[in-house]
Design a binder for this molecule. Structure first.
Ligand code: AMP
Length: 410
């Protein structure tokens, strides 16, 4: 299957070819024809699966034809949970729409100054990419007219619900034409997502993508037990010196610890910086840009700041602290192994975090192999491996680190 046979207009196929894509990913293959046929869709797919193009290409196709009614309101609205994701979706619209004339894409997100945002909106919009809170705010001030809306995309709907946007979403959707097409994307189609879909979608087709990437088979996972924070720092230092690390993202539990770890790494000579919600938008954008162009090698981030982050150079994800929610573990490790590449996800685990390992392993149904580095063995060998799918006792030296993916290793 190639893009030309999906029914997309030539300027869109040309832009996709110029982006270097030779074949649609599984989610694109299944979503694009159904979306072009005008159906509502409820899609489970992970970030990294190519889901952005799966909705953006049909959205652009819709814009190849003029709207019956003239006006300045958007014809396509993409709702996203975070500013970072909104930047990526906006960039995707520009990349795939580059051969089309006069496509105006505007991003409306919190943290952006109102005057600049208002000017952009006044100039007219084809594709609006927005976070729910700020969009509702702008709608209430009468700056956004959704009467011309033809397509609504709910991107990472599960994250939007997690972040408490349910009521905002309902209020926004209540002010849209019922004739619109709605495409919902979520990592999983859990009951709360299906309930949301029931109220916002019409007779949706359900598409579940069980790709290798969705199961993270292309990501080698492993964990190291650590005695304390000092031990974690030494392990981190050692791991980041590995030549196989092209770029890495290190996750911490708090903003403060992101700053501390980034500073520590910086003082050890790493091109490292922090990314978290206390930084102003300008600083966040500059840091992300530095990561994209490869000027930064290590990004130390909190979960919220790194949500949706798409940097293809990230070869390693390191959990300096384990996430509290197992879902966050899946989102974190999905920052590597993007666009068909392989990746490595390493967790540093102290005694207090041990129970979380079990929760994560249950959630992913994949045991995480324990690895020990010579010279950096944990002193405390009492971390007994919970019995269960993982099986292998923890803390037993196995010589060199030897991470392997559970599935491919069987
Ligand atoms: P997404 O899941 O939308 O965040 O996309 C993940 C990454 O895959 C992005 O960097 C895209 O540029 C890339 N990508 C999307 N579609 C394709 C494709 N058909 N072939 C190769 N790379 C792709």
């Amino acid at each position: 299957m190639n893009f030309d046979s999906l029914g997309l207009a030539a300027p869109i196929c040309d832009a996709v070819a110029a982006a270097g894509y030779t074949a649609p990913t599984p989610v694109q293959d299944r979503v694009i024809p159904e979306a072009l046929a005008g159906r509502d869709l409820m899609v489970s797919s992970q970030t990294g699966s190519g889901k952005t193009a799966a909705f953006m290409l049909p959205a652009l196709q819709l814009l190849t034809e003029a709207h019956a009614v003239a006006g300045r309101g958007p014809r396509v609205l993409v709702l996203v949970p975070t500013r970072e994701l909104s930047m990526q979706v906006t960039k995707a619209a520009e990349t795939y729409g580059r051969n089309m004339r006069r496509i105006k894409t505007v991003s409306v997100v919190g943290g952006m100054p109102y005057p600049a945002q208002n000017r952009l909106l006044q100039a007219g919009v084809d594709i609006l990419v927005a976070t729910p809170g700020r969009l509702l705010d702008q709608m209430q001030s009468g700056r956004i007219d959704l009467s011309r809306l033809q397509m609504l995309v709910l991107d990472e709907a599960d994250r939007m619900l997690d972040m408490g946007f349910k009521e905002d979403l309902e209020a926004i959707v209540a002010r849209m034409p019922a004739t619109r097409q709605t495409l919902l994307f979520s990592a999983t189609l859990e009951p709360n997502i299906v309930r949301l879909a029931r109220t916002m979608l019409k007779d949706p087709a359900r598409i579940e993508i069980d790709s290798q990437q969705a199961r993270h088979e292309n990501i080698v996972q492993r964990l190291h037990f650590a005695d304390d924070q000092g031990h974690k720092n030494r392990l981190l230092n050692h791991l980041l010196r590995d030549v196989d690390v092209n770029q890495a993202i290190v996750f911490t539990a708090t903003k403060r610890s992101a700053d501390e770890v980034a500073q520590d790494l910086h003082s050890k000579g790493f091109a490292a910086a922090a990314l978290h919600g206390d930084m102003n938008q300008g600083a966040r954008t500059r840091t992300l840009q530095a990561m994209h162009v490869g000027r930064l090698r290590v990004l130390v981030a909190t979960d919220v700041a790194a949500r949706g982050l798409d940097v293809q150079g990230i070869s390693h994800v390191i959990n300096y602290d384990l996430p509290r929610q197992a879902e966050d573990y899946v989102h974190r490790i999905g920052r590597t192994g993007r666009a068909g590449r392989n990746g490595t996800a390493i967790s540093l685990v102290n005694a207090r975090e041990h129970a979380q390992v079990r929760t994560i392993e249950r959630f992913t149904a994949q045991p995480i192999p324990v690895t020990v580095i010579e010279g950096l063995e944990p002193k405390v060998r009492a971390f007994s491996r919970p019995s269960g799918p993982a099986g292998r006792p923890a803390g037993k030296p196995r010589g060199k680190p030897q991470g392997r993916s559970f599935r491919s290793g069987r």
